[in-house]
Design a protein around this ligand. Structure first.
Ligand SMILES: *Cc1c(COP(=O)(O)O)cnc(C)c1O
Length: 390
């Protein structure tokens, strides 16, 4: 570890790949990892290179620029662009051999005219009301679709992490839209992470589109069905936010901490300053709510998180300036694993990202994708630990 790093994100590529394998095993079909938003903030190129070990069907990005970045890094598999492109993007999309996901007649016609109908997928809106042709409005598009048939079609669930039946309704709408097409496209896809977690049998579609689960966030659907419910899938933590203690001070009883004086020491307290704040993506909402690991002890974040510094109450803990503190994820590894082994690495205490986000009233998606400003990323790969579970 670079002694000079003030604060950094550690990305465990081994855990990422195991999470991807778990998604594929549950789905029973290939995966198309979603690596949009720079791989949910972890670095799209590193993430895609690591996941390539799983021979994914392709990758999913949001924007043309994201796809171009991956192509430039030598990622050669099919690459779907899910956010609707504009006419001005067509040339770059085609030149980078990206596959746009389209949902308007005008755009489909423009793409087909400009590219000789190069591969594209039809987005079908079955209730998300965000992008795609509405499921019951295929009729007016039939002529365009007959002239320029899509290579694939897809839909997206809006509440796959909930135990309601909206996914069943969306699938019914998807099926009726597919029936209304002039021809059924050979490639079909629908499930995101939460929908894959819920699968009771192999996916009915060509591939699945896991995102957040790969990066350590499971939706943990409470078992709703009967005894035949499959076990809940656990996503291994992938991302950790570490920083070093930069200063230590003792404050007296009655003294307050940080902006606004929102925390008051009831007794003399030892306060550690860690040089990471909301300017690094460690969100303000963690003030007086979050926790950190210091020498394997869990300690509270006290006072407001500031732009560049966060304060911890480390009273009673023998820590020093320079010690590594973990604000999210797994405590830093102490013993590197170098030999292939089936023995899991020593369990390390965790600040669970999902729980921390929930306690702070944040979405884990936002916390992940926000951890990108000013923080260097350190990639570790404990792939030497081979998960030998069946
Ligand atoms: C982001 C996204 C996904 C992945 O969603 P997760 O909830 O992160 O698994 C899948 N499909 C589409 C169209 C998306 O935009």
């Amino acid at each position: 570890m670079n002694e000079r790093l003030r604060a950094w994100i550690e990305v465990d590529l081994g855990a990422l790949v195991r999470n991807g394998a778990a998604m594929g095993a549950r789905a029973g079909v290939p995966i198309l990892p979603m690596v949009k938003a720079d791989g949910y903030g972890l670095g799209a190129v590193a993430v895609a290179r690591a996941l390539d070990r799983l021979s994914p069907w392709g990758y999913g990005v949001a924007t043309v620029e994201e796809g171009v970045e991956l192509r430039a890094a030598g990622i050669d598999r099919p690459m779907l662009v899910f956010t609707p492109i504009l006419e001005a993007d067509i040339a770059d999309t085609r030149d980078a051999r990206l596959t746009p996901v389209l949902g308007s007649g005008a755009m489909i016609a423009a793409w087909a005219a400009a590219t000789g109908n190069a591969d594209w997928h039809l987005a079908i809106d079955t209730g998300m009301a965000r992008s795609g042709v509405q499921w019951d409005e295929i009729g007016p598009l039939r002529d365009v679709l007959r002239a320029a048939p899509p290579a694939g079609a897809c839909t997206h669930f809006h509440s796959a992490d909930r135990d309601d039946d909206t996914d069943t309704q969306q699938l019914r709408r998807f099926a009726s839209a597919l029936d209304a097409l002039p021809a059924r496209p050979p490639i079909l896809h629908a499930e995101n992470s939460a929908a894959i977690e819920r699968l009771e049998r192999p996916s009915a579609w060509t591939f699945v589109r896991p995102g957040v689960f790969l990066y350590g966030v499971a939706s943990r659907v409470a078992p709703a069905g009967g005894p035949r419910q499959r076990p809940v899938l656990v996503s291994e933590p992938v991302v950790s936010l570490h920083a070093r203690i930069a200063e230590l001070r003792t404050i007296g009883a009655g003294e307050t901490v940080s902006y606004g004086g929102t925390h008051t020491a009831r007794a003399p307290a030892r306060i550690a300053t860690v040089p990471v704040g909301y300017g690094d993506g460690y969100r303000r909402a963690f003030g007086n709510v979050g926790a950190a690991l210091v020498r394997r002890h869990r300690v509270p974040v006290v006072g407001m998180v500031t732009m560049d510094m966060t304060l911890l109450d480390v009273t009673g803990i023998a820590c020093e300036i320079g010690d590594i503190v973990t604000l999210l994820g797994r405590a830093a590894a102490t013993v590197p694993v170098t030999e292939p082994t089936t023995v899991p690495p020593e369990p390390r205490p965790v600040v669970d990202l999902v729980g921390a986000a929930r306690d702070a009233g944040l979405s884990p998606y936002e916390v992940l994708t926000g951890l990108r400003v000013r923080l260097p990323r350190v990639y570790v790969d404990d792939a030497h630990w081979v998960d030998s579970r069946p």
